[in-house]
Design a protein around this ligand. Structure first.
Ligand SMILES: Nc1nc2c(ncn2[C@@H]2O[C@H](COP(=O)(O)OP(=O)(O)OP(=O)(O)O)[C@@H](O)[C@H]2O)c(=O)[nH]1
Length: 185
């Protein structure tokens, strides 16, 4: 319930459909073509079930994944606390060079916030993964999350020797919107 399906629908269709998804069973997938640096990148995005009882199904998909977006819900401490277990699982089942991105979703729900942004940032730093807060509801940083991954994968696939290496951390820091901003007076 952290918003995986909602995030994907926001990315794919540019809209938020509140409370209308039944829990994902097993795996669903969406194809989406994005253009990065004038190159078309086809993303096949697998939406996994979050619930424990579907875990044996989702394990099978880690091995083939080139990138993983790992979501918690900023209003749910337990979802944040589970991230370490997910990362352990990723290291066990996924390819060693998989691109990982940590996302704190539901950033629009600031009045119910249970996890501060800097806690997300600290965890991401500990595991050397890029991080941002997103909202499937308002769309904040949703395109960026997928586009940054697409850019990283494209750079890995087609690396021109003359081109500087793509720095996903720097790209995200430059592009991301700070949700719940404007309180720095
Ligand atoms: N306010 C707010 N609500 C959200 C956001 N993302 C998801 N939700 C709501 O959170 C609930 C769960 O969203 P889902 O997209 O079904 O979550 P999920 O992670 O796909 O759930 P499972 O498939 O069961 O693992 C729904 O009621 C959504 O409308 C968000 O960014 N902001």
């Amino acid at each position: 319930g952290v918003g995986k399906t909602s995030l994907l629908v926001q990315f794919d269709q540019g809209k938020f459909i509140p409370g209308s998804f039944s829990a994902t069973v097993g795996i669903g997938f969406t194809n989406k073509v994005v253009t990065v640096d004038n190159v078309k990148v086809k993303l096949q995005i697998w939406d996994t079930a979050g619930q424990e009882r579907f875990r044996s199904v989702t394990h099978a998909y880690y091995r083939d994944a080139h990138a993983l977006l790992l979501l918690y819900d900023i209003t749910s401490k337990s979802s944040f606390d589970n991230i370490r277990a997910w990362l352990t699982e990723i290291h066990e089942y996924a390819q060693s060079n998989v691109v990982i991105m940590l996302l704190g979703n539901k950033a629009d729900m600031s009045s119910d916030r249970a996890i501060r942004r800097d806690e997300g940032e600290r965890l991401a730093r500990e595991y050397s993964v890029p991080f941002m807060e997103t909202s499937a509801k308002t769309g904040v940083n949703v395109d960026l999350a997928f586009t940054a991954v697409a850019k990283e994968l494209k750079h890995r696939a087609i690396q021109h020797p003359s081109e500087p290496k793509f720095q996903i951390h720097e790209y995200i820091e430059a592009q991301k919107e700070k949700s719940g901003c404007c309180s720095y007076f």
